[in-house]
Design a protein around this ligand. Structure first.
Ligand code: ADP
Length: 363
């Protein structure tokens, strides 16, 4: 069923939360029900949700999240980036949408879509920054509003059908993360931890690891960011931060260190320029350091990806079946003949979808 059809079943059939609705004051429908159903309908369209966590600010969580999302899009997946970092909603800048705003339509708040060479499906970005008049103003919110924001981010943005929604979380394991985990219970939810090699960052990331274990939140792996510097003159590597034995500490939680990303000026420059490095300089050594992370996350969705290929094809085929030209041609025929042809055509398309599904699964 298309998202539009799901919305049509939803009382007022509007794809955003009541708070964004011009009729909110006079509307007599069940608003909590509408907002709840909206989130359920959105989640049905998203195969995998990956939350990117760091218990500490400034370790490069948003940078890793942006490059992960862009890398998945480059591998052909349909990807969304939900910027849940309430205190520093930077994804708008990382994807070149600094200062941009969104609008409300019947199907929800419009995401801003990032395109680049080699990306088949534009990457959909949804951020609190698109709702602010000025994203440089610090945000001071009480917990109740934070709770609402996380719901709006997932429910009110028009994500469409996605293979992956990458969520850039605020630092810490507090209210926002708990809200999100509660809301996403029953979805395909996994996490990626981001830390630096230093003891102080490691201590915080182990708290995040503990949180994931207690909540039963699967961890794909940990990314060690700012892990060494490559000298631009001699290409020699040296370490800025002392190595506090992250790999061993994570092993106690069965969490593998899946990628080591160097401290590299081009990575920061890519974020400022509004194009993640894995897209703007895909062949560079630093961009390729993200590969093991992107591969591990891509592996998670392999089964679901092939399923979503089949679903996307079925949708296209169904639309073809409903296409006006075809229907007009069929109405010329006697009823019995028409039904027989429709059945044959449907079976042929389903067979084709099954064949492609199988090929995608193997490939
Ligand atoms: P967080 O989301 O953890 O607060 P950010 O991703 O916003 O961290 O990164 C903080 C700053 O460090 C940003 O200016 C970013 O461009 C820069 N940065 C992050 N990782 C690297 C890296 N590996 N090399 C160079 N600069 C980095």
């Amino acid at each position: 069923m298309q998202f539009g059809e799901k919305l049509a079943k939803l009382d007022c059939s509007l794809g955003h939360a009541c708070q964004f609705c011009p009729h909110e004051e006079t509307c007599t429908l069940d608003k909590p029900h509408h907002n709840r159903r909206l989130i359920e309908a959105r989640l049905e369209e998203i195969d995998q949700i990956i939350v990117v966590l760091a218990n500490k600010g400034g370790v490069g969580k948003s940078t890793v999240a942006a490059n992960l999302a862009a890398g998945l899009a480059q591998r052909g997946f349909r990807v969304g980036m939900a910027d849940a970092d309430i205190h520093g909603p930077n994804q708008s800048r990382f994807f070149g949408f600094a200062g941009a705003h969104t609008r409300t339509t019947w199907s929800g708040l419009k995401t801003l879509n990032f395109s680049a060479d080699g990306i088949a499906h534009p990457l959909r970005v949804g951020s609190l920054a698109f709702l602010l008049s000025d994203d440089t103003v610090p945000i001071v919110w009480r917990d109740a509003y934070k709770h609402d924001f996380i719901h709006h981010l997932i429910g009110s943005f028009d994500w469409g059908s996605l293979d992956y929604l990458v969520v850039d979380m605020p630092p810490g394991t507090g209210n926002e993360l708990i809200t999100l985990c509660d809301m996403l219970e029953g979805s395909n939810l996994s996490s990626v931890l981001v830390t630096t090699p230093q003891a102080i960052a490691q201590m915080d990331s182990l708290k995040a690891a503990r949180f994931c274990r207690e909540r039963g939140l699967p961890v794909v792996g940990a990314v060690e960011n700012m892990s060494g510097v490559i000298c631009p003159h001699c290409d020699g590597a040296f370490h800025m931060f002392p190595d506090a034995g992250l790999e061993d500490a994570l092993a106690e939680f069965d969490i593998p260190r899946i990628a080591k990303i160097p401290l590299a000026p081009e990575l920061a420059a890519g974020s400022d320029a509004g194009a993640p490095l894995v897209v703007s300089a895909a062949e560079s050594t630093v961009a390729q350091a993200f590969d093991p992370l992107i591969d591990a996350v891509a592996e998670l969705g392999r089964e679901d990806f092939s399923g979503s290929v089949a679903r996307a094809l079925s949708d296209v085929f169904r639309q073809n079946m409903e296409a006006r030209d075809l229907q007009e041609a069929l109405t010329e025929l006697p009823e019995e003949e028409r039904r027989r042809l429709e059945a044959e055509f449907g079976a042929m398309l389903e067979g084709e979808a099954g064949r492609l599904h199988e090929a995608a699964r193997k490939g």
